[in-house]
Ligand binder design. Structure first.
Ligand SMILES: NC(=O)c1ccc[n+]([C@@H]2O[C@H](COP(=O)([O-])OP(=O)(O)OC[C@H]3O[C@@H](n4cnc5c(N)ncnc54)[C@H](OP(=O)(O)O)[C@@H]3O)[C@@H](O)[C@H]2O)c1
Length: 225
């Protein structure tokens, strides 16, 4: 059997980080080598890791990325809410190390984006609207997934955000025309769908060449077998 990948998780005490650590412990492809929280960030064993999964904040994500570039380790970034200048820093780092970036690691959202693109193209005269609902503690609005969904539609679309209760994540695209509406909805029942997806991304990206990768790369690779 191949050696388990030494995995570091940034934001390990957060809602997502906790689930990534829990699933990594049950996954023989990984050895959970570093659980990186705010108070042990400075003494994390960066150079001892093969791959990093980051579910922290945009600011700490960029600090962790600089450590990863120095230590030449692959990074999976699940954080959302990056500014344009922060995105430029991620792109620059991807010239040196492999980076897998996705605002949503769920297979369902990947396919929702494909269906949404097809539907928007097929119904060019219909009005479009995206509704997204998340828990009250979510920091960014609109959600990264809502923005990613909007970006594939090829025309302007409003995104309506609501932050209520403990909703894990709900996204609906509405296409409204004369006499009818089409709704495409995705409901995340558990954060484990994102945590599992991030682990798949880590297993996939750790041995790639430097570059910026996403769910399209993971799914097209899997489709080829
Ligand atoms: N890509 C996806 O599929 C997906 C799915 C769900 C969520 N997300 C995104 O993932 C991010 C995290 O979400 P969440 O719900 O897990 O948030 P969360 O519960 O607030 O977790 C974030 C964690 O990062 C920690 N942190 C902050 N600064 C740090 C630092 N310098 N070093 C280490 N840890 C640090 C926080 O610690 P403190 O509490 O001490 O600040 C907290 O434990 C958000 O951007 C969210 O939008 C993405």
């Amino acid at each position: 059997m191949k050696h388990a990948l030494k995995l570091g998780v940034v934001g390990s005490l957060g809602r997502m980080g906790t689930r990534v650590c829990a699933l990594a412990r049950e996954d023989s492809r990984f050895q959970l080598a570093a659980q990186i929280a705010r108070d042990n960030f400075a003494r994390a064993p960066w150079s001892n890791l093969n791959v990093l999964i980051d579910f922290s904040t945009p600011e700490s994500s960029l600090t962790a990325l600089r450590k990863a570039v120095t230590s030449k380790i692959a990074v999976v970034i699940g954080v959302t809410g990056f500014s344009n200048s922060q995105m430029s820093q991620i792109k620059a780092a991807s010239r040196k190390i492999p980076i897998f970036l996705s605002p949503n690691f769920s297979p369902g959202i990947f396919w929702m984006k494909r269906l949404a693109k097809e539907a928007a193209k097929a119904l060019p005269a219909y009005d479009l609207s995206i509704l997204e609902t998340h828990h009250k503690a979510k920091k960014d609005a609109p959600s990264g997934t809502g923005k990613a969904l909007a970006s594939v539609l090829g025309r302007k679309v409003e995104i309506l955000s609501s932050r209520i209760g403990d909703v894990v994540g709900e996204h609906t695209l509405v296409l409204a025309g004369p006499f009818e509406r089409l709704k495409i909805t995705h409901l995340a029942h558990s954060r484990d769908v994102f945590a599992k997806g991030a682990l798949e991304a880590a297993a996939w990206v750790h041995s790639r060449n430097p570059g910026l990768y996403g769910m399209e790369d993971l799914f097209s690779q899997n489709a080829k077998g």
